[in-house]
Design a protein around this ligand. Structure first.
Ligand SMILES: Cc1ncc(COP(=O)(O)O)c(C=O)c1O
Length: 395
């Protein structure tokens, strides 16, 4: 091999599918079990007729639709081939070699990788004992070389969320030259009204950007589409570093159709949240596991040294979960029967009684059918609908 390849790239992992058995129940990537929304499928079918044409490189119709969705103007929105690509573009747009990127840890694994690709240095800040982001620690990590802070809210993989008052105080203390990227990939699963909508927080702050994705709640992971909301100067920089035509026409049309189907989105998020809060998390707590409250479509089990044995045990029981070596396991909320398979595996790891038997007791109810049709009234459900529709009244 005579071609010069950058030596520092050797520290990066190659993209691979690891060992992901096809037959296993896949609760390792925070995918939604329901698939795309029906309107999105119809839009993809109709757009397929025209894929001999390049897509609109500006994605103007989608950008307008997103701007309307979040209550801003089109010059403050751009789209990317997944929000993962936008993460990289943001670092490319802000960092020179040896500049610094700060983020909590554990958090989205891509942050250190995109920093390295650009030649920037990562400054990971450990999460708190309660598995939340340490905002004071993040502030303390800022140096003269810091150009960007990734703040994943709610955080992947811990599922925890930062509240409005602490986040506002944090933003007030970050130097204006540093871009704060609020990564809100799981925003649609938030029901706590104290967890702020980043789209509102960036009003009046030119150094804040918000990232969202259609991969999770909208069920379009395979379409690869996400978006950024930021000051026009940041959006222009993102458009400069992005590769033209990388957001394909099927994805653009599917995303518009998904935004138009707000009620259906709210219903599916509500099901995931009910399954998370009323069944999977309480069942795990009941068998003695620590499980922080989650604001996402997954749960975090801080298993420490038991992480790898637990992950391998689940795999032997046909369930794929995501292990973060010596830190913990992240498990996505799937279909009821998938969750039950995971819970049975977790219980057998701990040699606890099978969870279905514990929950059903004597009445032998069909838990999934009951809980997916009898929707309780109240704040959580109302908030899901509000997130899906984007209530623009929040200050
Ligand atoms: C926090 C966070 N941000 C961004 C992404 C990237 O999403 P996508 O590139 O599929 O839009 C993910 C995916 O898992 C994520 O968890």
């Amino acid at each position: 091999m005579t071609v010069h390849i950058r030596g520092d790239l050797a520290a990066l992992q190659c993209t691979s599918d690891g060992e992901r058995p096809v037959a296993a129940i896949r609760l390792d990537r925070n995918e939604l079990p329901d698939g795309p929304l029906p309107h999105a499928v119809a839009a993809i079918r109709s757009a397929a007729e025209a894929v001999h044409r390049y897509p609109d490189p500006t994605a103007a119709a989608l950008v307008d639709r997103i701007a309307r969705h979040v209550g801003t103007t089109a010059d403050r929105v751009t789209v990317g081939c997944g929000s993962a690509n936008l993460c990289q573009h943001l670092v490319q747009a802000t960092c020179d070699p040896d500049d610094e990127v700060v983020f909590g840890w554990p958090s989205f694994e891509l942050y250190p990788a995109v920093a390295r690709v650009v030649g920037a240095r990562s400054r990971p800040v450990p999460t708190t004992a309660g598995h939340g982001l340490d905002l004071d620690g993040l502030l303390a990590a800022i140096t003269r070389r810091t150009r960007l802070i990734f703040l994943c809210n709610p955080n992947n993989p811990t599922g925890t969320a930062v509240h409005r008052a602490e986040l506002t105080r944090f933003l007030d203390n970050v130097p204006e030259s540093v871009l704060v990227v609020l990564d809100e990939a799981y925003r649609e699963f938030v029901t706590d009204s104290d967890v702020p909508d980043g789209a509102h927080l960036l009003q009046g702050r030119d150094n804040v950007a918000v990232l969202r994705t259609f991969s999770k709640a909208y069920g379009l992971a395979g379409m690869r589409i996400g978006y950024a909301i930021a000051a026009p100067e940041v959006i222009t920089a993102l458009r400069r570093v992005g590769v033209p035509f990388s957001v394909n026409s099927l994805a653009q049309r599917a995303a518009i159709a998904s935004l138009d189907a707000g009620d259906e989105l709210a219903a599916r998020c509500r099901n995931i949240i009910l399954e998370r809060d009323d069944w999977v998390r309480p069942t795990l707590l009941a068998v003695g596991l620590e499980v922080p409250e989650s604001h996402t479509n997954f749960l975090w089990l801080p298993l420490g040294q038991r992480t790898v044995p637990f992950r391998d045990h689940c795999l032997r029981h046909g369930v794929l979960v995501r292990g973060f070596a010596a830190a913990g396991v992240r498990v996505s909320i799937g279909e009821p029967q998938e969750n039950d398979a995971f819970l049975a595996a977790a219980a057998s790891f701990l040699r606890a009684p099978a969870p279905a038997a514990v929950a059903r007791g004597d009445d032998n109810r069909d838990r999934g059918a009951v809980r997916r049709t009898d929707l309780p009234p109240g704040r959580a459900v109302a908030n899901v609908a509000a997130n899906a529709q984007h209530d623009k009244s929040e200050g």
